[in-house]
Write a protein that binds this ligand. Structure first.
Ligand SMILES: [Zn+2]
Ligand SMILES: [Zn+2]
Length: 183
């Protein structure tokens, strides 16, 4: 399959890679829409402590299930799905305290949506894979992950004044994403 692979800081190229297959608890998605996130750009410019190179780029996606791993239930071939970038372990102190986004256990991570297919790890299939409702376009569904960041931040603000002057600061990319989805 064709894939865009970051090979070094500031360098990426198109490569032909073997298509992934689904292990136990995993699914494989065929790409329908994949976005470029600020994190993708940061990884390209300066790398990331949790991402070793070479890496197939991209992590915000709407795809269609083309393969179900052993033991996966509740999903069918052909359904559209949008995964989060990580799947919390569900057992550590952070997960127990409702801070799954800060999971200090061994969360599953998913990279590689700038490719024809991507394998979604079991930890994400179990905790952070979302069915896309009919009527929601692929490009809109792919905004799920950044939009979730905005909504989480908004909820933490308590009861902000929803007047026209209200601004969410410090999350520029997700706010732009939210505008596309809502507007
Ligand atoms: Zn992102
Ligand atoms: Zn955890």
């Amino acid at each position: 399959m064709k894939a865009y692979v970051q090979t070094a800081i500031g360098r990426f190229e198109e490569r032909d890679l073997p298509a992934p297959s689904a292990g136990p608890g995993e699914v494989v998605l065929r790409m329908r829409a994949a976005l470029t996130c600020g994190t993708d750009v940061k990884i390209l410019r300066r790398g990331h402590t949790k991402v070793s190179l070479p890496v197939t780029m991209g992590h915000e996606v709407c795809g269609e299930i083309v393969e179900l791993g052993e033991g996966v239930s509740g999903w069918k071939i052909g359904e559209r799905a949008a995964p989060g970038v990580s799947g919390p372990c569900g057992r550590c102190a952070d997960c127990a305290a409702g801070r799954a986004n800060l999971c200090s256990g061994t969360p599953a991570w998913m990279w590689g949506t700038f490719a024809e297919r991507v394998r979604i790890p079991a930890g994400i299939v179990a905790a952070n894979l979302h069915r896309v409702p009919e009527g929601v376009a692929d490009e809109v569904a792919a905004f799920l992950d950044p939009l979730a960041s905005v909504i989480h931040g908004w909820n933490r603000l308590g009861k902000p004044d929803p007047g026209p002057g209200t601004q969410l600061r410090g999350a520029q990319a997700p706010v732009r994403a939210a505008r596309v989805v809502v507007g």
